[in-house]
Design a protein around this ligand. Structure first.
Ligand SMILES: Cc1cn([C@H]2C[C@H](O)[C@@H](COP(=O)(O)OP(=O)(O)OP(=O)(O)O)O2)c(=O)[nH]c1=O
Length: 192
């Protein structure tokens, strides 16, 4: 399969994860509206946004397989995206500490030449350990929560506050690699 791979993401995590598969790819990003109708299910939100990101980039290309992804955290049916500011991060972490929540990641692939597309989602349960206000303050001060859904990064300093997970680790980081591999295979691109 000679089709070029295009990652429609500005996330350094997704770039790092895709690079780990040893595939050559380019990055191209389009600004998309990340809003959604209240009441939309978390799975539908991440699939819709992943597809929006992939389609916006595919529209600019004659050919290539375009990958888009989206990640959200869900706690008590509330969808938590990236924090707007440090106070928002503090309030998300206060809600998440000492209990279980879900992380949903959606992946979309669009063939820019044919318009053929596929979209899937994956969900992982995460248990965060109890944190004092001081510990939350210190973590927020580190700056790490800033551009992360739910205001933490399991792959960074946040590894010290995640007690356990049930499900795929890469879904939490932002790009479910096993699922992506399956989807790429459906487009004729075999990773291994
Ligand atoms: C929960 C969690 C999220 N995240 C990150 C992954 C995503 O980058 C981010 C969720 O925001 P997204 O809106 O999914 O992605 P993004 O804005 O960073 O990048 P783009 O839309 O261009 O693809 O949260 C982590 O890095 N670690 C974690 O443990």
């Amino acid at each position: 399969m000679s089709s070029q791979l295009i990652l429609a993401s500005s996330s350094p995590r997704r770039k790092e994860l895709l690079s780990g598969l040893g595939l050559s790819y380019v990055i191209d990003v389009s600004d998309v509206d990340e809003s959604f109708e209240p009441g939309t299910s978390p799975k539908d939100v991440v699939m819709m946004l992943a597809m929006r990101k992939a389609t916006a980039v595919a529209d600019k290309h004659q050919e290539g397989l375009v990958i888009g992804a989206d990640t959200i955290v869900v706690c008590d049916d509330e969808i938590l995206g990236k924090p707007l500011h440090d106070e928002d991060a503090r309030s998300m972490l206060t809600k998440l500490q000492g209990r279980q929540h879900q992380v949903f990641s959606g992946v979309a692939i669009v063939n820019a030449a044919t318009g053929e597309s596929k979209v899937e989602a994956s969900c992982t349960e995460v248990v965060m350990r109890a944190l004092s206000d001081e510990q939350i303050h210190k973590y927020v001060q580190s700056g790490e929560p800033r551009d992360k859904a739910g205001s933490y990064a399991i792959q960074g300093l946040g590894s010290t506050i995640v007690e356990r997970i049930h499900g795929d680790y890469f879904t939490v980081v932002g790009l479910p690699l096993c699922l992506l591999n399956e989807m790429l295979a459906e487009f004729g691109l075999e990773v291994i």
